[in-house]
Design a binder for this molecule. Structure first.
Ligand code: HEM
Ligand SMILES: *[C@@H]1O[C@H](CO)[C@@H](O)[C@H](O)[C@H]1NC(C)=O
Ligand SMILES: CC(=O)N[C@H]1CO[C@H](CO)[C@@H](O)[C@@H]1O
Length: 321
């Protein structure tokens, strides 16, 4: 039996893999829900006009969704008294924007019920919010299906003190390169971090009794004041905090990275040349960031008949596992 089942699996995968990847495509909903992308954009535009920090919310949601079980909207599932979900895992805590996804989903269900996946809503809303914040405008393939599993034990995201080489191992496991990783961390060009994610750098860093020497002392003083208040938060890009541009890379070159991993990108011999190029070249950042976001959106995407199209993004249709 074993001698049959192994070659069978290999033969099947040869046929299934190309078939399946062919199904994520730009304009997937053009026949089944022609206004889908417009409906998403309308809500994102309205919300962005009221609060431009939603770009950061969506970028982080997209990253966390795609890195845990693939881009399958598993991050959106609410836990129940009986069953925990990804939202119960530590790194989730400050992911935000769920109510905007729900508003988009309500509008989509009214226009074309059970057609547009929650995983695609995350990818499209991220795309629209990125361009509104001054980042690239780009097309994103759709056709993702929603997953049937959301388990806090699957959440294995890197923390802010991860080294460049450790982070790279995690990105490589998702078929992303060092270039992709350094470019995607340009997402930290917008948004905030809570003090618990960088406070260790401000005093007695790694038991030295001093702040992290790789941080500009002016920034150390500023962040120390910020973190004396509750709840202390700091912009990840200390210059153009709401604009999705390459200024983040110039800031880390000036020792003004807030989180350790961000600062290390400018210092590690492997990533520094990439940082230097992105810092110099805003157009290159735009192009590469768009391409890297598209690539991130392919990670573990469910297509074809896999999973389901959720009716509500925060609950499974069927009984989930
Ligand atoms: C090694 C990889 C990464 C690490 C260790 C990391 C870590 C973190 C941490 C600790 C925060 C602060 C959360 C808070 O205090 O609320 C944060 C925020 C953020 N991250 Fe990352 N991140 C990584 C990669 C990415 C990627 C690839 C993206 C998107 C392309 C991204 C987008 C964001 C955004 C936009 C925020 C701000 C969120 C907000 O304002 O609510 N991150 N990240
Ligand atoms: C802030 O960014 C702008 C360009 O985006 C740059 O010209 C300026 O030098 C930066 N300022 C600081 C203090 O880094
Ligand atoms: C948004 C959300 O559901 N956050 C949860 C993340 O996980 C912690 C437990 O680790 C919960 O307390 C939060 O409510």
């Amino acid at each position: 039996m074993m001698r049959i089942s192994i070659p069978l699996f290999l033969i099947l995968s040869v046929f299934i893999v190309p078939l399946v990847t062919a199904q994520l495509k730009v304009g997937f909903y053009s026949a089944t829900c022609p206004r889908a992308e417009q409906i998403v954009r309308q809500v994102v535009q309205k919300r962005f006009a009221a609060d431009r920090s939603i770009t950061a919310a969506f970028l982080r949601m997209y990253f966390h969704d795609c890195f845990v079980r693939g881009c399958d909207a598993s991050i959106l599932i609410d836990s129940t008294p009986k069953k925990q979900s990804e939202k119960d895992a530590g790194p989730n805590q400050t992911v935000r924007g769920f109510e905007i996804i729900d508003e988009i989903k309500t509008n989509l269900e009214a226009a074309c019920p059970s057609k547009v996946s929650c995983a695609d809503i995350i990818a499209l809303a991220t795309r629209d919010s990125v361009s509104l914040a001054g980042g690239p405008s780009y097309q994103i393939p759709t056709g993702r299906r929603d997953g049937l599993v959301s388990n806090p034990n699957d959440v294995n995201l890197p923390g802010p003190t991860v080294s460049v080489s450790q982070a790279l191992q995690i990105f490589k496991a998702k078929k992303l390169t060092l270039n992709d990783m350094v470019t995607l961390l340009g997402g930290h060009s917008v948004g905030i971090a809570h003090c618990n994610f960088f406070q260790d750098r401000l005093s007695n860093f790694q038991g030295t009794g001093k702040p992290d020497s790789t941080m500009d002392p002016v920034l150390v003083s500023k962040l120390t004041r910020v973190c004396a208040t509750q709840p202390g938060t700091a912009f990840l890009d200390q210059n153009t905090s709401f604009i999705l541009d390459n200024e983040f890379y110039n800031q880390i070159k000036k020792k003004r990275g807030v989180m350790q991993i961000d600062q290390q990108l400018a210092l590690d011999a492997s990533s520094a040349p990439i940082v230097n190029n992105l810092a110099k070249n805003p157009a290159m950042f735009k192009n590469n960031f768009a391409a890297a976001l598209v690539k991130l959106g392919n990670v573990g995407a469910l297509v074809g008949q896999a999973g389901e199209i959720r009716k509500k993004c925060n609950v499974f249709n069927k009984k989930g596992t």
